[in-house]
Design a protein around this ligand. Structure first.
Ligand code: NAD
Length: 281
């Protein structure tokens, strides 16, 4: 079984991006800039944002974090986004989710200029992705896609099952696999027989949030299995896939941690650079 090393893949991607930033700098005499807005003091969000900032600096991006307390008014955040939209030194804007209850998430997402939407959540980017046009692609599914392509460059005609239909993961993942000419089944909490669906799959992407939901006897021999889940349990962090069981049948499998997670941040940097490049045309 191939253990898909997300840490290594992410380090390779960051090294490529670092070179690209250096080339862009010599060509345009400026570097792509990422601005993250962090609201409140939720520990996981703070850790994510710190890691994003560290990785951005590592590849040579200009990075900035704007912090607001939990009590910040929605209007203040929307005004700041408008300011960043018209700031030429800012290539990408990311508002770290979740947001406090009094702030309308969709309003915030839609306030970001689609050409600076490095999360790929703006309806314009969602629509472009589903129509097969150029767009920002949500970072986690983009990371999964790049890992799958490393194992199997030609996905045409493969059967893929995506477990979970969130806007963040399942839906964009489905679009990326469709674009590669996979036959895609998207499954969710109301799917009648998830095991039977998974047993058909050459590729499984699990993004559910239920510890070890996908079991060893759900896997067709030699399937590629990508585990997006990050679940805190008494035994530590586990994915949505039962690693020990599935590793016996799968051709390739991502571990948790060390699989999809590191690729998510590397893809955020890639999206920032891609936004910059599109803005220079
Ligand atoms: P979500 O809660 O928004 O969506 C979960 C989806 O799973 C829903 O579509 C739901 O219909 C489906 N589902 C629920 N129960 C199911 C069942 N029994 N059978 C089949 N489908 C079922 O979750 P999300 O934001 O997509 O996140 C999913 C997981 O991925 C979480 O563990 C989250 O922490 C993790 N995550 C990881 C990364 C990363 O970088 N690795 C990034 C984002 C999210």
């Amino acid at each position: 079984m191939i253990l898909i090393d997300g840490k290594k893949a992410a380090a390779e991607l960051r090294a490529e991006l670092k070179e690209e930033v250096a080339e862009l700098k010599s060509k345009h005499n400026k570097v792509p800039g990422l601005t993250v807005i962090l609201i409140g003091d939720l520990t996981p969000s703070q850790i994510y944002v710190r890691n994003k900032e560290k990785s951005a600096n590592e590849v040579g991006l200009k990075s900035e974090v704007i912090k607001y307390p939990d009590s910040v008014e929605e209007k203040t955040v929307l005004e700041k986004i408008q300011e960043l939209n018209s700031d030429e030194t800012v290539s990408g804007i990311l508002v770290q989710l979740p947001l406090p209850k009094h702030i309308d998430k969709q309003k915030v997402i839609e306030a970001i200029d689609p050409s600076k939407d490095v999360d790929g959540f703006h309806p314009m980017n969602v629509g472009n992705l589903s129509s097969g046009y150029e767009s920002s692609i949500p970072c986690t599914p983009l990371g999964c896609y790049l890992l799958i392509k490393k194992i199997e460059p030609n996905l045409s005609g493969k059967k893929a099952v995506v477990v979970g239909r969130s806007n963040l993961n399942g839906k964009p993942m489905t679009q990326l696999l469709l674009k590669e000419n996979c036959t895609v089944t998207i499954t969710h909490s109301k799917t009648k027989d998830l095991k039977a669906e998974c047993l058909e799959a050459d590729i499984i992407v699990a993004a559910v949030g239920i510890p070890e939901l996908v079991r060893g006897d759900w896997i067709k021999k030699d399937a590629i299995v990508i585990d997006v889940g990050i679940n805190k349990t008494d035994n530590g962090i586990v994915g949505d896939v039962h690693f020990d069981e599935v590793s016996k049948n799968a051709k390739a499998l991502t571990p948790v941690p060390g699989g999809v997670g590191p690729m998510t941040i590397a893809c955020l940097l890639k999206n920032t650079i891609d936004c910059f490049k599109r803005s220079q045309i």
